[in-house]
Design a protein around this ligand. Structure first.
Ligand code: 13P
Ligand code: SF4
Length: 311
């Protein structure tokens, strides 16, 4: 504990000295969330990154998020505590293969989920996050066919919500695909008054039994404003820290994963690569830094900017 408090103190001091801002995703460890200036979902964090006047942005999240922050605010130094903090969704969509698909369907509009690399963003017409995806899809003229990448689960969910047919890339989030429907229903049997809430990256059969489907912030808002008092939560377990703070008297049950793992729920190993120690080191050494070529940033900025204008 002492080491933690000490490190947190050092981080706060360095932040002040260097005029740095720490942006953290809800999936980060509580000890990181505690030192963050702002905690949010991917859209909220992108907005904060675009607006900040700090000299340094320390992004406590995964690589594509830090990359997006750099693209949105290129004059800032953007640091990521561990450059290996990737994302299975981003990894599932290599640019060469995606370029080939795009060439095969030149008349299609390309909508990409923000969970992809900067290079994939350069091949996109517009980007979306889980909290604005429906609006973004609805902004595409009805007659225009759509390629949606890389998340097939979010894509399928959006097809149902919007009634649009879309060509889906075959990517998925390893964390949200790990939930077991059988185990979830067993838990539900024991808590029949519980509301099941799920992130749209979850598989179709999980979304079908969910009372509410939404982004990280959407779920937090739903739990806060709902009159119900028990929730089974099908998303990354890191969200429970903020959620329980918001509703201390409500019961929150993490949706069980297919395989038993240490926490019997789903954690994103990529998100958890960032530790308080690594956060301190990166702020102190101003390294690792996100470095991107100017041309790549300019091209990738266009579809992100379009999204921001609609959000
Ligand atoms: P949101 O933060 O948009 O809910 O996305 C969740 C996620 O998986 C981030 O990687
Ligand atoms: Fe990527 Fe899934 Fe981790 Fe989010 S939770 S960063 S989508 S692997």
């Amino acid at each position: 504990v002492n080491n933690k408090v000490n490190l947190q103190e050092q981080v706060r001091k360095l932040k002040e000295q260097k005029n740095a801002v720490i942006l953290a995703h809800y999936y980060q460890e509580p000890e990181i969330q505690e030192v963050a200036d702002f905690i949010g979902d991917s859209l909220e964090l992108a907005k904060k990154a675009a607006q900040t006047t700090a000299d340094i942005i320390v992004f406590a999240g995964v690589h594509f998020m830090a990359e997006t922050a750099k693209i949105l605010n290129p004059s800032k130094k953007v640091l990521l505590p561990d450059l290996k903090a990737g994302c299975s969704l981003a990894d599932s969509c290599p640019p060469d293969a995606f370029r080939k698909l795009k060439e095969k369907y030149p008349d299609h509009a390309v909508v990409t989920y923000i969970n992809c690399s900067a290079e994939i963003k350069t091949l996109s017409d517009i980007v979306c996050t889980s909290s604005n995806a429906e609006r973004i899809i609805n902004s595409i003229p009805k007659e225009k066919p759509i390629i949606f990448a890389p998340d097939k689960n979010l894509g399928r969910y959006l097809m149902e919500k919007t009634g649009r047919k879309m060509l889906l890339w075959d990517g998925a989030c390893i964390v949200h695909e790990a939930f077991s429907l059988d185990k979830l229903l067993e838990v539900y049997k024991q808590h029949p008054s519980a509301m099941i809430i799920a992130h749209p990256e979850s598989e179709d059969h999980i979304l079908k039994v969910a009372n509410y489907v939404g982004s990280t912030s959407g779920m937090l808002h739903y739990v806060k404003s709902s009159e119900h008092d028990t929730f089974i939560v099908a998303t990354e377990a890191g969200i429970l820290y903020q959620m329980q703070k918001d509703v201390p008297h409500k019961t929150l049950i993490p949706a069980p994963a297919k395989e038993d793992n240490t926490c019997a729920c789903s954690e994103c190993a990529f998100m958890k690569m960032n530790t308080l120690q690594k956060l301190y080191n990166c702020l102190k050494n101003e390294d690792p830094e996100i470095i991107l070529e100017k041309e790549l940033m300019e091209k990738a900025h266009k579809p992100i900017k379009k999204m921001m204008e609609l959000s």
